[in-house]
Design a protein around this ligand. Structure first.
Ligand SMILES: [Ca+2]
Ligand SMILES: [Ca+2]
Length: 304
């Protein structure tokens, strides 16, 4: 067994067994369809089809959001204190305490646990986000990964490259103290590390959820007089985005998108042919948002 690598391959195997699209690929550009099934690969974010409907590890940020269950600013998913009736830690006094692998069954803290306590499903209905077993996350581990520029992206996937051989684990476990079950505690095992206190929780992408759009802006073309125009309306369906903008007859426009708009080189053209304008407004329907591979998209209209 090879720790994180096996966790990732297990996600792919579960996807394929379930008839879903796997998320992890051998090729970093995913120019081939070779699914990651064997060996130890140092996967980068570009190895992943983040839009695949199959199983994958949550990113560290996804994990933390899931763990808090909407209750921010507290040490645990339910509040600031943890007792043996809340989650499985070392000495929590649950019915499995002292066993060789003293895990509690999934959902053990459902109101019928011992020591007796309330149902500890968090605000999102999730169990065991605190304690029981540590859970692998996607991200590379570094003490300072939150200072990386990418950490402020709307859907950060952590450091772009390996800092060392460590990946992040979260949650605490049956063999650690109660305080290590705090939502914010991070463990940094080597990615090939195996232990009976390690586990995983899978995630699935449900498609593009949120859109942010370029604000109205002014564009200059070839040093000409600034031509003010703006995206005037956005309509989103399950699979498309319809953009409308102010336009002038006879002009040509490119529709561009980006998931990281602050990076100038990240903008890509939606169309190969520019949109010929009608006056006074123009519209374009992006039919391929599911292929844009980003949970948040920004659009802008550029006049040729
Ligand atoms: Ca315990
Ligand atoms: Ca756990």
């Amino acid at each position: 067994m090879d720790g994180w690598y096996d966790a990732v391959k297990w996600c792919n195997a579960r996807s394929e067994k379930s008839g879903l699209d796997p998320a992890y690929f051998i090729d970093r550009n995913r120019t081939t369809e070779a699914v990651y099934r064997t060996g130890k690969l140092e996967l980068l974010a570009s190895n992943v089809n983040w839009d695949a409907n199959g199983y994958r590890l949550p990113t560290e940020s996804e994990w933390e959001k899931a763990a808090r269950g909407g209750l921010d600013g507290k040490r645990f998913p339910w509040g600031d204190e943890a007792t043996g009736s809340d989650c499985n830690f070392l000495g929590s006094g649950d019915a499995f305490e002292g066993a060789e692998n003293a895990t509690t069954p999934v959902g053990y803290y459902n109101g019928n646990q011992l020591p007796a306590g309330p149902d500890r499903a968090n605000g999102y209905g999730l169990y065991d986000m605190a304690g029981n077993v540590w859970e692998w996350c996607w991200d590379w581990y570094s003490d300072t990964s939150f200072e990386d520029p990418g950490a402020t992206l709307p859907d950060t996937r952590g450091l772009p490259q390996a800092f060392n051989g460590d990946r992040v684990m979260r949650s605490g476990s049956w063999n650690f103290a109660a305080i290590d079950s705090s939502v914010a505690v991070r463990l940094c095992p080597r990615a090939d590390r195996e232990a009976p206190i390690y586990g995983l929780r899978t995630a699935r992408s449900v498609g593009i959820q949120n859109f942010a759009f370029s604000p109205p802006f002014t564009l200059e073309t070839g040093g000409a007089v600034p031509a003010p125009f703006a995206i005037t309306s956005i309509t989103r369906t399950a699979t498309t985005v319809i953009l409308e903008w102010n336009s002038e007859e006879g002009e040509l426009y490119d529709v561009e998108y980006s998931a990281t708009p602050e990076r100038a080189e990240s903008w890509q053209t939606v169309l190969f042919q520019p949109v010929a304008a009608t006056a006074p407004t123009n519209s374009f329907t992006d039919l391929e948002i599911a292929r844009r591979n980003a949970p948040v998209l920004f659009y802008r209209i550029v006049r040729r």
